[in-house]
Design a binder for this molecule. Structure first.
Ligand SMILES: Nc1ncnc2c1ncn2[C@@H]1O[C@H](COP(=O)(O)OP(=O)(O)OP(=O)(O)O)[C@@H](O)[C@H]1O
Length: 343
């Protein structure tokens, strides 16, 4: 029994956090839950908070509720809008993990005297590094690269060595938790109801059509507003007389123009990243890097100077977007990462 060890579990109302809390309780920890009100999607908290309360009641633990909508807006939502407005592709989950789930939640854990913080993320840690989850279809390590190193010793991930299907089956087999097993999966970005452009429309002028250029700067067509595109997208704009598919190569927010070209022109061999968050201390090394979620890490050489890294890719990657995360992996160990600022 882990007597006297208190764990604060992030409760979202979903099956993963519910099972995590239950496993920790069974393991002998003194568990308390926390539901954080993050974004302001209408009707969302009524549903999710009541599910989180139901889960907490089932586990037999106290549920704290924190309203963090203002902090979320400042640290995650506004940067999401601003990044699209700058013609880049944001990664709001990485910012939320650093600032809210493993920022504000850790502060709250300290306040109530909890020794550990747990969530239902699919990831592992040994207190120094993160490691990819056993279930590679669910691995969330890419979104956790920006969590501050000093909080790692406090983190517990009960699901890191398990598979999502087993978690659902486990919940389905427990009387009182069946409904958690059959709930739909949460959407990719929790505050986006339909599409990101629908959401952006309330804040910025998304449908502002403009020119499509080729690599030589010739006007070759029209687009429906640069925020509709990410690097590598091949639909939703016109290219006069084109016989082959064209892809977005770059986005110029200032001039409301996008540049397009053929697939081979999307190839990227060098990336510069900034605002690094490294878990090791080397400033020059060979490793592998993921430049997008759900892609395979490619071998690269990394040189760090003045909190910026030059990443030389040993094979071309297609469709690399500024604003996205570059995350370094040494096999299954996450050794750090940063934000792509130039390709
Ligand atoms: N609003 C919230 N308040 C507290 N903790 C949260 C909240 N949202 C997410 N978490 C924690 O972060 C973990 C990962 O969140 P994510 O949004 O990826 O959900 P998920 O994989 O669908 O998990 P779940 O099935 O628990 O909802 C959750 O399992 C939970 O522990």
């Amino acid at each position: 029994m882990k007597k006297n060890k208190k764990v604060l579990v992030g409760m979202s109302g979903g099956v993963d956090s519910t099972v995590s809390a239950l496993l920790l309780k069974k393991d002998g920890y003194d568990v308390e839950g926390l539901y954080m009100k993050l974004h302001s999607k209408p009707g969302y908290h009524e549903v999710h908070l009541s599910r989180a309360q139901k889960a907490a009641d089932f586990v037999g633990m106290k549920l704290h509720v924190l309203d963090l909508q203002e902090t979320f807006n400042e640290k995650v939502f506004q940067p999401f809008i601003d990044t699209y407005a700058e013609g880049k592709t944001p990664n709001p989950c990485a910012l939320c993990n650093r600032n809210l789930k493993f920022g504000e939640m850790v502060k709250f854990a300290d306040l109530i005297g909890a020794d550990y913080v747990a969530t239902g993320h699919y990831i592992k840690t040994d207190g120094k590094y993160f490691y990819q989850a056993a279930d590679d279809t669910k691995d969330q390590s890419y979104f956790l690269f920006y969590v501050q190193k000093n909080v790692l010793p406090k983190l517990i991930f009960p699901l890191g060595s398990r598979h999502k299907n087993d978690i659902k089956e486990f919940a389905a087999s427990i009387k009182g938790l069946e409904s958690f097993a059959s709930q739909g999966e949460s959407s990719e970005i929790c505050f986006v109801e339909t599409t990101y452009t629908d959401l952006l429309k309330d804040y910025v002028n998304v449908d502002n059509s403009g020119e499509v250029l080729d690599r030589d700067g010739n006007v070759v067509g029209e687009h429906k507003g640069y925020m509709h595109y990410t690097i590598g997208k091949r639909k939703g704009f016109t290219v006069k007389g084109a016989h082959e598919p064209h892809y977005v190569l770059s986005i110029d927010a200032k001039n409301n123009q996008i540049t397009v070209g053929k697939k081979e022109e999307l190839a990227c061999n060098n990336v510069t990243i900034e605002h690094l968050n490294m878990f090791n201390d080397s400033d020059e090394f060979d490793t592998t890097v993921k430049l997008r979620y759900r892609t395979i890490a490619v071998p690269c050489h990394v040189k760090i100077e003045n909190n910026k890294a030059t990443v030389t890719l040993k094979e071309s990657v297609y469709g690399v977007a500024t604003g996205q995360a570059a995350v370094f992996y040494d096999d299954d160990r996450l050794i750090g990462g940063g934000w792509i600022c130039a390709v």
